[in-house]
Ligand binder design. Structure first.
Ligand code: ADP
Ligand code: MG
Length: 752
């Protein structure tokens, strides 16, 4: 019996198996079959693409071959000239023996080797080669057995001393030796989707009879089957996770009539938007169920996610439970605490004299609190006295317990991994057998394909509109020194009109210590600026330098300027933010600690120094801090960059749409980074590249194709899991998914 798990050492000649294991870590039949060709040579038309120093595989015709004795050594040197397309290549063999008989003028063959250049001519020394159509006694079977008039030859990633055609032959030997593969995908699904069986797909992908596609992007149609497998495995996995969520117990949480939520709604100073109301409905339906909510709330910066989350938290408190909100930074946690307390007014003074009857308490828990503060917050959480607990990572540490955690809210999910979400969820189990409901929020627009995969086990709500009365933000790029004075003058004008300003710098100071990136100041890790910068703009890019510079700036004389950064003690941060919120500070110079969530509606202008050092999405988050009130916002991106970096800033300036920003961002980096490598790093996926900015993936598939494929797989997965939840009747599918999970787990552990 030979199957996908059978070691290659049992199926292939020892030296071939050894090379595959040593160079590409291919050890089982399955490993080799999934070692997919990178492209295919058309043996009738393929010409060389020769770049000196690179490994090339091509078809060529022998023009001439001459053997002559060598002076210093015994034996004869064979010099061959090969033509391939436009190229003429010199091929040298230091022993003519065995080669001159095959490399006859006029004969065609495949050549593989590392291209050299000598005296302006391309050279190959001792390449591997395989003559075509020759009656070669060593090679009676032709290139790949069973394919008599083979036209396409697979080209694989380089395996030392094993040219592609030998790998192709090894694949054919393995396929021959295997028992018919048991297909993990149910036959009726294959039929419905018009896909071949797994064995046939492997055979044709390694030895195609037909290629389809555009330009050089040609693939055998059977590749679709392998791609479908990955989509289906992933979707079955997610369908089972959804099912598991549904079958774990949660306590339904329904707001009490005449309770906290009603009282809160009655004192809201604004109307909820239609979107906020609709999402609110979805959340209260979810919360009323006896299985845990698992919902992702996506909304651009400023769309008003916090109040939506707060209303859900209040519903849970109404029902006698507690809610926790996890924020990625101390500044944000403190601000959430402050704004929630403010919005709730006397409703947040439960148990206090003068507090509302149905009120509760809102506790704050962060890592840098004093022991006394911390002890009090812990006590309030554990006793249930605090209905709402806001905090940073400190929330999910050991020793934090809740009386009855009913809802976990994770703000700015893109900053967290799945592990933290799960850790917070685990906090509920300390106190009860039920899982808490989970709401995660993000301002990062998530492409549909990713929403169906990485977040595929969650329901998704989207806030599409900004609250009414929002003023537009205008963004300008400041790349001329003369404009910098004008920039400070604009800041002064805004302050004179009663508003406030942010000045954002990529770093704190110029100390050596500064090169140690502080977790709250991620931009410190930004690369050095390119050399082609304007000399004329001052290089004032740290908070400290800028504080000095602005102190002597005539137009800002007499204004209250203060600084905020991650290295300040928590209390200092807290008091600076409180003073800025209260309007006591006119100009706040800060690092990206204010990037997410900070909400001071009176701030109307933001100057970003050395803007090219920030990521595109980061700039969008940053400018989301202004234009939150009724006055229009102005964002000035100061830069010394030129070329593509400058162009990118102009692109950001030209749009206010988060999705467009995400697209620009994607042009630069992969989605995996946008989402945080933790969540999207699925190294186990070989064919489904969800991540490229390109219109087509490496296999020529468009985004729309991918979307459709994943949608189909999702439907099929729902069907399979629907009538066989434990996959008892689909053991092959269960095994394949098990392997995928192992890979995923391994990849996760490697990333630490
Ligand atoms: P984000 O989605 O970026 O987290 P926030 O929740 O911080 O946005 O909301 C941004 C600002 O908009 C806050 O000042 C909030 O009080 C305000 N806001 C939220 N909803 C509305 C609304 N329906 N009408 C007016 N202002 C609103
Ligand atoms: Mg927010």
């Amino acid at each position: 019996m030979a199957g996908l798990q059978t070691p290659l050492t049992r199926l292939l000649p020892a030296d071939v198996a050894r090379k595959l294991a040593a160079h590409r870590d291919l050890r089982t039949a399955g490993d080799l079959l999934w070692f997919l060709p990178r492209r295919y040579l058309d043996l009738r038309t393929e010409v060389a693409e020769l770049v000196p120093g690179s490994y090339a595989v091509f078809v060529g015709t022998v023009l001439s071959a001459t053997a002559r004795p060598m002076r210093q050594r015994r034996g004869r040197l064979l010099s061959v000239t090969v033509r391939s397309g436009e190229h003429e290549i010199d091929v040298a063999f230091f022993s003519a023996h065995g080669h001159e008989r095959k490399l006859l003028p006029g004969a065609s063959g495949l050549f593989a080797g590392t291209v050299g250049a000598y005296g302006g001519r391309l050279q190959l020394t001792h390449p591997a080669y395989q003559m075509l159509g020759a009656d070669d006694p060593d090679d009676a079977q032709g290139l790949i057995p069973g394919v008599a008039d083979q036209r396409y030859m697979p080209v694989y990633r380089e395996v030392k001393n094993l040219p592609s055609w030998k790998i192709g032959r090894a694949v054919a030997m393995v396929l021959d030796a295997l028992d018919p593969l048991v297909d993990p995908v149910p036959a009726d699904i294959l039929q419905r989707r018009g896909l071949p069986g797994l064995g046939e797909a492997f055979a044709r992908v390694h030895a195609p009879v037909e290629l389809r596609g555009h330009g050089r992007n040609l693939w055998p149609p059977e590749l679709a089957r392998l791609r479908y497998d990955e989509a289906l495995m992933m979707q079955v996995l997610l369908a089972r996770r959804r099912l598991a969520h549904r079958s774990s117990p949660a306590r339904p949480r329904r707001p009490r009539p005449g309770g906290l939520l009603e009282a809160f709604d009655a004192r809201l100073p604004f109307e909820l938007t239609a979107g906020q109301r609709a999402v609110g409905e979805e959340l209260s339906e979810d919360l009323a169920r006896d299985w845990p909510m698992h919902r992702l709330l996506q909304g651009d910066v400023g769309s008003g996610k916090t109040v939506v989350a707060l209303r859900a938290m209040l519903a849970v408190v109404d029902a006698g439970g507690q809610a926790a909100m996890l924020a990625p930074t101390e500044v944000l946690a403190a601000q959430h605490h402050r704004s929630i307390t403010t919005m709730m007014g006397d409703l947040a003074e439960g148990g206090l004299l003068g507090g509302a009857d149905q009120g509760t308490r809102v506790a704050l828990l962060t890592g840098s609190q004093t022991t006394a503060q911390r002890r009090r917050a812990l006590l309030q959480a554990a006793s249930g006295e605090a209905g709402i607990v806001v905090g940073t990572h400190a929330l999910i540490q050991e020793g934090v317990g809740f009386f009855d955690l009913g809802l976990a809210v994770v703000d700015e999910q893109h900053r967290f991994g799945v592990a933290q979400r799960d850790a917070l969820r685990g906090k509920a189990q300390d106190s009860s057998a039920a899982d808490p409901h989970v709401l995660v929020m993000t301002a990062t627009p998530i492409p549909r394909t990713v929403a169906m995969t990485v977040f595929g086990d969650m329901d998704v709500s989207v806030l599409t509109e900004l609250p009414a009365g929002r003023s537009p933000i205008t963004t300008h790029v400041v790349d001329k020194p003369a404009w910098l004075a004008r920039t400070w003058a604009r800041v002064a004008e805004e302050v004179a009109a009663g508003h406030q300003a942010y000045v954002v710098c990529p770093r704190i100071d110029d100390d050596a210590a500064d090169s140690q990136p502080h977790p709250a100041d991620e931009a410190l890790e930004s690369p050095e600026p390119p050399d082609d910068t304007h000399e004329a703009l001052p290089a004032a890019r740290s908070v400290m330098e800028l504080q000095g510079l602005l102190a002597t700036e005539p137009s800002l004389a007499g204004l209250a300027v203060d600084i905020l950064h991650g290295r300040l003690p928590a209390e200092a941060k807290e008091s600076v933010m409180a003073a800025f919120t209260a309007g006591d500070i006119d100009v706040l110079i800060s690092t990206t600690v204010i990037e997410v969530g900070v909400d001071v509606p009176n701030a109307t202008v933001m100057v970003v120094m050395d803007a090219e050092r920030f990521g595109v999405s980061q700039l969008h988050q940053l400018r989301g801090r202004i234009g939150r009130g009724t006055a229009p916002g102005l964002c000035l991106l100061v830069t010394r960059a030129q070329g593509p970096a400058l162009e990118r800033l102009h692109q950001v300036a030209a749009t206010t749409d988060g999705f467009e920003v995400a697209r620009i961002d994607l042009e630069q980096r992969r989605e995996g980074d946008v989402l945080g490598a933790r969540q999207s790093g699925r190294s186990s996926l070989r064919l489904l590249r969800l991540t490229g900015p390109e219109e087509r993936d490496p296999y020529g598939l468009t985004r729309a194709d991918l979307d459709r494929l994943i949608q189909e797989a999702r439907e099929d997965a729902a069907e399979v899991v629907g009538d066989d939840p434990d996959l008892h009747r689909h053991p092959e599918l269960a095994a394949a998914i098990g392997a995928l999970l192992d890979d995923e787990q391994a990849a996760y552990l490697e990333r630490g």
